[in-house]
Design a protein around this ligand. Structure first.
Ligand SMILES: [Zn+2]
Length: 1010
């Protein structure tokens, strides 16, 4: 398709290295000196301001060498580092060839008394809500929003109610069966209906068409009325107790111990909804929530999927409806329904659960209901944003006592195993399931508004910073499959992600960065920004994830979204997930595109101290919008394209606020994006308001009387820069027998143009993705973004020539690559490039500490990780009773790592000069890959599917009209995909294998009869 080509062009001669003498080099880097309260790991900046020899400057990512668990634990050990101690942490600016690891930097850390502080629990600022901000114009944002609204309207509301009627014993005639992950045979039922309700609420808030708004309103009303009707069936008076039958009365301990979650049991449970306990509302019976108290595993046919995950979606849906519906009665009913379910959760967890964090796992699980164990279970313990919804409920409704209970219930979802280290700034993210944990953090932050305990704020703040430095990709997403891998390993992790089949690596599998993670990270960022709205790092990130991954995750021509975003080499967006119930990402996908404007503006919160006198508005995103600021009675109008390099802002009196004082007096703060390193300007009535604008800050127009004649212009030419990954690309799996697996280690990064990740098409291998880049990017020429938007998107506006026209480059046949903004891309996109950067003339081994000519720091870090894993596994091996699913590491990956360990140790301990830098890097690279591809013991590995794959090949030879065989093949194919992604389970493999064997045997018998 022509439209996709020629927007960002690279012409590169692959054999020519840029000349060192004419290159831009790092002149200086800001110094880092931090204080850390004893008992915590230091908060080191994930980026540093770098000044270059040509006078320019920008923020660059840093990789700190303290990321191993052992190093962090030592830093946070107050015995080793009491107040008064000082130490240095080494690090490197990535994407620089001054040393093999980058440009060396160091941080001076001073240990002090005290604790990490937190801001006031009453946020300084709040967003202008979605229904007060209207997206304008004809652009990708408005067309995506329209697509989403139309899709939501097209879905039958009665289908969303099928499961509730079924679970509460009501007739289901006239209600189409739900499908996707809400289908009658999935135990996540209700998650989709919850997302559907949230999406309806946001769509209602964003929709401008009165007819469509009527349909949305009517569907919202139907949902709320029917859900309340189901819930009321649980209001059962008990004479013996002298009160209503409650959550705590449900499933006494003896019954709980016998309980199972099979489909036969499910059918039995649903006949007895009057036993669920007062207020229970969910599309699955209450037994599933209770089974978690018995530590029942995920996707085991006898047990559960993730019961509280779906409860959360439904609570959130009702709360979002209560927030945005204009019918007061419906809003009140939605809130009441959510509150009654919230109090059911409080009741159950208050009376029936506890926390015990010490002892062995066996000891911790001796009694049912230990929340330390419940929420630390893989997927079964996935609770979404339960804490967030319960906290919001406590803010919105209830008597004094009810509010206290809802707030208390929010913190029943604390995961001590995850939160405690995070509160001390220790990285507890590594190897965890990404989307299970991000919303827990969002919940912790929301609960801080009620509990005013800095612990929760610090969990959220530390988590967010860690993600920025150690885990995020250029588009803002995180995770490989559904998992966080090791810190600072995004590039290795991306390159090693492959589709395997029959013991062979077939092709790169760019399905990383789950949509749900982007959705939840955006929410966390928005919520953190409320507490620190002057810190532009938050909205810089929000812009990154919104403009790239979120906008790009909806097909612009027909409604389809993505589960995993496609990031990497030759990646095509895997469109699908066409309804809120289809998958988790179908759910967040349905919400994403009807709320783009949710964080465009922040305004001072009148409830916060001192704010009444000094109102202010933060223009956080440059989006074409009309915003109503009710408190001030003004309309803020922003005229621009999307994405915008220029925006014009005007203030008007709101027609609906005739009593408001006008002209209004307030401060306006405008974000200077991190990428706005050249040509940025803000003019008030034609005059620049400052001589210098610091990237990644807010520039302030001090408090003044605004009149309708005032014009604010923001000029922000997009600049070229590279978002370097933290690690080099040096290995890739062999896609063909004997194919290439080793590459010269090169820094790898994504080309950015302003906020946009640029992608190229037509690249098939990492060799083709190797490009020569001048460090000042002078071989890239760019035109304004507006040209791309206005000229049918087919003009070349971004071009890169190697070595700035050097004779060598011109003598070579230049290779031209076509680039376009990734949000606008679809098929065969490459985002990351191996960058052939010159070595600065100043580079010398003297910059390596201790004058050693060979830097082994990376190998040392990796050996520490390997050692701790070997220790864990050996301790488990020594146990007398072993439950295989609790093994720290799965067998094959562990063996791969163990096999490399001795050789790495030998390289580490060898005398100086025995091994070259290249040899050291090579063994370190291999060990890094082995570490990164290990899976926890509860998860199957690709090797565990050998039998399944052989059976699948056989089953495919069966006649295509065999319905049972087709079902078995369909399921098995899904299992192969899930296991490859990291979300499959051993139980699923067993079931798929059994089903395939059955159909193959049946066929065989049939054959014998004939
Ligand atoms: Zn998802």
């Amino acid at each position: 398709m022509k439209r996709l080509l020629l927007t960002f062009l690279i012409a590169t001669a692959l054999t020519v290295s840029p000349k060192a003498q004419d290159c831009r080099t790092v002149k200086s880097v800001e110094t880092v000196s931090v204080e850390v309260p004893a008992g915590n790991a230091p908060r080191l900046p994930y980026r540093l301001w770098v000044e270059y020899s040509d006078g320019k400057g920008e923020y660059r990512q840093v990789r700190w060498l303290n990321a191993s668990e052992a190093t962090e634990a030592a830093e946070a050990n107050p015995e080793m580092n009491p107040p008064g101690t000082a130490y240095k942490v080494r690090g490197f600016i990535t994407g620089d060839n001054s040393t093999p690891n980058g440009y060396p930097v160091s941080a001076q850390v001073r240990v002090v008394e005290g604790a990490f502080t937190a801001p006031s629990n009453i946020p300084v600022a709040e967003t202008l809500p979605i229904d007060q901000v209207r997206l304008e114009g004809s652009n990708r944002l408005t067309s995506n929003c329209q697509l989403d609204i139309d899709r939501l309207i097209s879905l039958p509301v009665k289908q969303q109610l099928y499961n509730y009627r079924d679970t509460y014993g009501l007739p289901t005639e006239g209600y189409p069966e739900a499908d996707g992950w809400d289908s009658p045979t999935t135990k996540l039922k209700g998650h989709g209906s919850g997302h559907y309700m949230s999406a309806l609420a946001f769509a209602f808030a964003s929709c401008q068409d009165p007819n469509k708004k009527d349909i949305l309103r009517s569907n919202i009303k139907t949902m709320v009325n029917e859900l309340r009707h189901c819930q009321e069936l649980t209001f059962v008076w008990d004479d013996r107790l002298g009160r209503y039958w409650e959550a705590r009365d449900f499933a006494p301990e003896e019954e709980l111990k016998q309980m199972k979650g099979t489909w036969a049991d499910f059918d039995r449970f649903k006949k007895d909804c009057r036993k669920y306990g007062y207020g229970y509302l969910n599309a699955i019976p209450a037994q599933h929530c209770a089974l978690i108290e018995m530590y029942r595993a995920y996707n085991n046919e006898d047990w559960v999927w993730a019961p509280y995950y779906s409860v959360h979606k439904q609570l959130a849906g009702l709360i979002d409806i209560a927030t945005y519906i204009d019918d007061k009665e419906v809003a009140a009913k939605a809130l009441l329904t959510a509150k009654d379910m919230g109090l059911w959760v409080w009741n159950r967890l208050h009376y029936r659960t506890f926390v015990k964090s010490d002892g062995t796992q066996q000891e911790r699980r001796a009694k049912p209901g230990n929340r330390h164990e419940m929420w630390n279970m893989y997927i079964a313990g996935e609770v979404g944003g339960m804490a967030e919804s319960l906290s919001r409920l406590a803010e919105m409704t209830g008597t004094h006592e009810e509010k206290a209970r809802l707030a208390e219930a929010a913190n029943y979802f604390d995961s001590p195993a995850f939160f405690d280290p995070l509160a001390r700034n220790i990285d507890a993210i590594r190897t965890r399931h990404a989307n299970q944990h991000i919303p827990m953090v969002t919940g912790a932050l929301r609960s801080f508004r009620n509990n005013n305990n800095p612990y929760y704020y610090n969990v959220a703040q530390n988590f967010w910073s860690m993600v920025q430095g150690r885990y995020r990709y250029a588009m803002g997403g995180v995770g490989n499959g559904e998992m966080f891998r090791q810190p600072y390993s995004q590039i290795t992790s991306m390159c090693m992600n492959v589709t395997s089949w029959g013991g062979r690596d077939l092709h790169p599998e760019p399905t990383i960065n789950e949509t749900c993670c982007a959705y939840n990270l955006a929410k966390l960022t928005k919520d953190l920004n409320c507490f620190n709205p002057d810190d532009a790092r938050y909205m810089d990130y929000y812009e990154r994830v919104l403009y790239n991954q979120i906008v790009g995750s909806l097909n612009p021509t027909r409604y389809a979204t993505v589960y995993q975003y496609a990031v990497g080499l030759d990646a095509s967006k895997p469109w699908g997930n066409e309804t809120p119930q289809s998958t988790c990402c179908g759910g967040t996908g349905a919400e994403n595109h009807v709320k783009y404007q949710e964080a465009a503006y922040f305004v001072t919160n009148p409830a916060a101290e001192g704010n009444k006198e000094e109102p202010a508005i933060w223009v956080a995103l440059y989006l074409p919008t009309t915003a109503y600021w009710k408190d001030m009675g003004v309309v803020v109008k922003q005229e621009c394209q999307w994405p915008a390099e220029k925006s014009t802002i005007r203030i008007q009196q709101s027609p609906s606020a005739l009593n408001a004082q006008f002209p209004a007096k307030f401060t306006m703060k405008l974000r200077v994006p991190y990428w706005a390193t050249e040509g940025f300007d803000v003019k008030l009535n034609g005059r620049s308001i400052a001589r210098h604008f610091q990237p990644s800050s807010y520039v302030e127009i001090p408090s003044r009387q605004w009149s309708e004649d005032d014009v604010v212009e923001v000029i922000m030419p997009f600049t070229k820069h590279i978002d370097f990954g933290p690690d080099k690309m040096e290995q890739s799996p062999a896609y063909e027998k004997g194919g290439k697996t080793e590459y010269a280690p090169l820094w790898t990064g994504a080309f950015m143009y302003g906020p946009l990740v640029m992608a190229a098409t037509g690249i098939k291998s990492w060799d083709e993705a190797t490009v020569d880049v001048a460090p000042d990017l002078s071989n890239i020429t760019a035109k304004p973004m507006a040209d791309y938007l206005n000229n049918g998107k087919d003009s070349s506006f971004f071009t890169l020539f190697t070595a700035s026209g050097s004779p060598e480059a011109e003598a070579e046949k230049l290779k031209t690559l076509a680039f376009l903004p990734d949000y606008d891309g679809d098929k065969h996109l490459t985002h990351y490039f191996r960058m052939n950067l010159p070595t600065p003339p100043t580079a010398s081994t003297a910059s390596v500490p201790n004058g050693s000519p060979v830097d082994k720091s990376q190998l040392r870090e990796l050996l520490l990780i390997a050692q701790s894993r070997i220790r864990e596994q050996k301790a488990w091996d020594a146990l007398t009773t072993k439950v295989p699913e609790y093994a720290p590491w799965a067998k094959n990956g562990y063996q791969r790592m163990e096999a490399l360990y001795d050789d790495c140790r030998k390289h580490m301990d060898a005398p100086e000069g025995k091994y070259s830098q290249e040899e050291i890097d090579k063994v370190a690279g291999r060990l890094n890959i082995a570490i990164n591809t290990m899976r926890p013991g509860n998860l199957p590995e690709l090797e565990d599917m050998d039998e399944l794959m052989q059976l699948l090949e056989k089953a495919k030879e069966l006649p295509s009209d065999n319905a049972k065989a087709n079902r078995a093949i369909g399921y098995a194919t899904m299992v192969v995909r899930y296991v490859s992604d990291g979300s499959g389970t051993k139980d699923m493999i067993e079931r798929a294998t059994r089903q395939l064997k059955e159909v193959i045997t049946e066929k065989h018998k049939e054959h014998q009869h004939k």
